[in-house]
Design a protein around this ligand. Sequence first.
Ligand code: GRF
Length: 198
Amino acid sequence: MKKVRIAVLCSGGGTNLQAILDAQAAGKISHGEVVLVVADSLGAFALERAKRCGVETAVFDKKQFPRTEREAAILACLKAHGTELIVLAGFMTVLSADFVKEYEGRILNIHPALLPSFGGVGMYGLHVHEAVLARGVKVTGATVHFVTEECDGGPIIAQKAVRVHAHDTPEKLQQRVMREAEWVIYPKAIEKVCKGLK
Ligand code: GRF
């Protein structure tokens, strides 16, 4: 069976990438295959993770490429690798409308909260968990969604709730959301989408 060719785009630690690669190695992602990892930062540890798993990597560093050129280079690279599905995993560049149009319905993202709450411009990384704690909600979680022009606004594919504890710090909450929700639902959602694309 021909598998959906997946490219994962990262900027940082790459724990979601690791969860995806582990799920693939365990046979839990069988309708798709990660063929490429792209980073927008030379220092992204995600690159190391990809190399350890024998996955090809490409870097288009923010410091070297202005935004428009970087995006064009990434798009060309994705196409050269026959990418059919783009998975954003902690990728800190907001994609332009033109880019999204090129891969309409074939770009996924994970957000560390239950959208539509705590999403949108400026809601990334620890800011999300800080906002969750400041608002005093008792349940947060993670959301996998299709990427559209609207930041964090695309159709939702999967969500999982996580309890907020009384003495949480943003850092503690971030870790719990990753462990209990992100690393669990992202591989499953990817498999589901790949199955649908076949
Ligand atoms: C995750 O919290 C994800 O939800 C968000 O960025 C973070 C990436 O972490 N989009 P990692 O690089 O996968 O460890």
